[in-house]
Design a protein around this ligand. Structure first.
Ligand code: FAD
Length: 362
């Protein structure tokens, strides 16, 4: 039998964690809308990407990098449902799961993140590990670590750089391939700092090298072989969950759910979408913006269910970037100014631990 919810939160992304935390606070429980509310999560915990590089370089334990959803949901009076969404029918207001279950909703909020963009693969002999979902990635990486081999990482954004710096000391040879220049979208000085750290760790960087095909054990860029080996980690870009484009919700040309400043779907006012799975002008796909959407989403979900006015989300013009360098330090960038060193590493650690602490229930 289908389960029906007044409000269904799909995905335990950063913004939904913020919503749950607000409803869990004893002084703010009255803000939780009345009715049956469920959170659908692929597993029982939510990973924090900011701490993943530190986990891989041995600075954190597993339990420090993930939030147990059971306690958070209980405190927020929200039912935790574990399952993988595989389809959405926005006309009949139903979310379909991989195990055959279907969840009906009156209101839906999507915070499902994104997936790395995969090149076309043919032939065999090469193992691809995508950085998301995190639990599968960590299991795969632990398996690889038992017999380390040369490795390539696809993606020269913040995630690719942090992963390369965390993993370089653990493998004999590491190559980082990026479609444009390293850390595009960040100030040139941050790229120079990152290149210096990568060179120090012995990482080979191949810029302007978009990998569009994997054939056997070869990575090809515009038909040219650019790397050969058996293991590749994909940390490139953000691509939309494929089934969102078939949901009936308005999506942009890349398949992300088109939303307005109120964080509502532009086609369906009973659906909100936030974080990487949503498309909103001046809101890049990264964790900082997903976190910032949390308070506005919490207000708007309650307002929607109670028929009250919604608030607009105003994306900040600049975001602080702190990239772990694998040695306890970090590269920093804010408003075009960059820096690096252990002080920034401590600052990042303080911010990351603070985020986790806020979402942990006693
Ligand atoms: C190594 C690494 C480091 C990064 N560091 C930073 C950083 O320092 N700063 C920064 O701003 N960004 C960083 N990012 C980017 C950041 O991870 C994402 O932009 C951010 O996680 C997006 O948040 P979100 O709330 O949209 O979704 P996520 O945090 O990705 O959460 C999505 C949730 O939905 C669940 N889910 C997904 N699909 C389904 C499904 N079909 N059914 C049910 N549940 C599902 C997932 O299990 C997950 O719980 C990093 C990324 C990586 C890979």
């Amino acid at each position: 039998m289908n389960q029906s919810f007044d409000l269904l939160l799909a995905g335990a992304g950063h913004a939904h964690l913020g919503v749950l935390r607000r409803w869990a606070e004893p002084s703010a429980r009255h803000n939780r809308p009345t009715g049956r509310i469920g959170l659908l999560s692929a597993d029982g915990h939510a990973w924090y990407s900011g701490m993943l590089p530190g986990l891989l370089s041995g600075r954190y334990q597993l339990a420090e990098c993930r939030i147990e959803l059971d306690a958070l949901c209980r405190a927020a009076c929200v039912e935790l449902l574990t399952g993988q969404a595989t389809g959405l029918d926005s006309a009949s207001q139903q979310l379909q799961l991989s195990d055959g279950r279907a969840l009906d909703y009156s209101y839906l909020s999507l915070n499902l993140g994104s997936l790395p963009a995969l090149p076309a693969q043919s032939g065999s002999g090469l193992e691809l590990l995508t950085v998301k979902p995190f639990s599968a990635f960590i299991q795969g990486w632990q398996r690889w670590l038992a017999a380390p081999q040369a490795l390539a990482i696809l993606g020269g954004g913040a995630a690719g750089v942090e992963l390369a710096l965390a993993l370089a000391p653990q493998v004999a040879k590491l190559t980082l391939l990026t479609a444009s220049h390293l850390l595009s979208g960040h100030p040139p000085a941050l790229r120079r700092r990152a290149l210096k750290h990568l060179a120090r760790q012995g990482v080979t960087v191949q810029e302007h090298c978009p990998v569009d095909a994997v054939v056997g054990q070869q990575l090809l860029s515009n038909g040219r072989m650019v790397w050969q080996g058996a293991r590749v980690i994909v940390a490139s870009g953000a691509s939309a969950l494929p089934w969102l484009a078939d949901s009936g919700l308005a999506c942009d040309e890349q398949g992300f759910v088109q939303i307005n400043a109120l964080l509502q779907s532009t086609s369906h006012s009973t659906v909100c979408a936030v974080g990487d799975c949503a498309s909103l002008a001046h809101s890049p796909h990264n964790g900082v913006y997903a976190v910032r959407q949390g308070p506005v989403l919490a207000h708007n979900l309650t307002a929607l269910l109670c028929g009250r006015p919604l608030q607009a989300f105003h994306p900040q013009r600049r975001a602080l970037a702190l990239l772990a360098t694998g040695d306890g330090g970090a590269l920093a960038s804010w408003a075009g100014v960059t820096g690096e060193g252990s002080l920034f590493g401590h600052w990042k650690d303080h911010l990351d631990r603070g985020f986790m602490q806020r979402h942990r229930m006693p």
